[in-house]
Design a protein around this ligand. Sequence first.
Ligand code: HEC
Ligand code: HEC
Length: 279
Amino acid sequence: MPSAQLPPTSPPDSPCGAAPRVQRRLPALSLTTHHWRAVLATLACAVMRSGALAATPFEDTVAQRVQACTACHGAQGKAAPDGYYPRIAGKPAGYLYNQLMHFRDGNRNYRLMTHMVEPLSPAYLHELATHFAGLSLPYPPPAPVTATAQTLARGEQLALHGDKALQVPACLACHGKAFTGVQPNTPGLIGLPRDYINSQLGAWQSGARRAASPDCMADIARSLSPADVSAVSAWLASQPLPADTRPAASLPEPPPLKCGVLMHPGAHAAQAAQKGGQP
Ligand code: HEC
Ligand code: HEC
């Protein structure tokens, strides 16, 4: 999408439009790391708004606007080292866009993310998603994972072969044979921290995270026991990274389950384009 369609970057159009609300909801005392990141995000926005960066004038580029995002998601969206803030750089654009819409529409629950995206138009969210998807940055090596050999073997079995008795297909059947994701809507599963994978599967089990219907990931997560969730998260998080971490262009075979998001892959993006550049 040409950048000419973007709204000018001043509140409430920018991601910073939501920042003061984020700040007000933070407890005044005992800030956790997570809250500190929110404060950092707020500060990044305050600086952007005040134009206080005399040496680097605000040029209204996407790179400058996304400083509010990278305060939490790590430099350029490479993920923060604590494992809580997911990497967004280099993930498929359709996937990132769908997630931003999910936070906005309450299909994923993380209040600070929802506040960030609530005031933004679909076209603007699409632009942010395209920006991060276009970044090709090296991944850090996987963090050491402590798990028994038996747990890792079970995780490997689920990831590579699935479990017929549980009607769980192999994770690679949709996430790509190297687990790097598939364009345009399927995320990779490598390079994600164990806690993050665990918490996302848990969120699908509890209904806190939803994807377009039929929600294949909800069916899969609900078929897995807590031990299976831990096993597959531990195995995935311990895998070395392939030489090429980019999402695959397509799947060799159709997905083994129906997933709404894979049945109408262009629906959201087309909608964003139609709605034009107004927030
Ligand atoms: C206050 C910290 C914070 C800020 C600021 C923030 N995020 Fe997030 N973001 C998070 C957290 C935490 C999650 C994971 C939430 C969860 O567990 O579902 C997340 C999740 C995401 C996801 C889903 C990632 C995935 O792999 O599913 C996307 C996309 C995203 N953020 C984009 C953005 C963009 C774009 C901005 C700037 C407009 C932004 N975020 C600003 C904390 C933040
Ligand atoms: C039938 C296809 C399919 C299979 C099989 C599948 N997935 Fe997925 N998975 C998806 C799709 C599609 C998404 C994106 C959902 C969305 O848009 O939110 C996804 C998203 C995810 C995410 C969220 C990633 C993130 O960055 O937040 C995790 C974690 C995940 N899958 C784990 C698994 C695991 C573990 C397995 C194997 C036990 C598995 N998936 C098998 C289709 C599949």
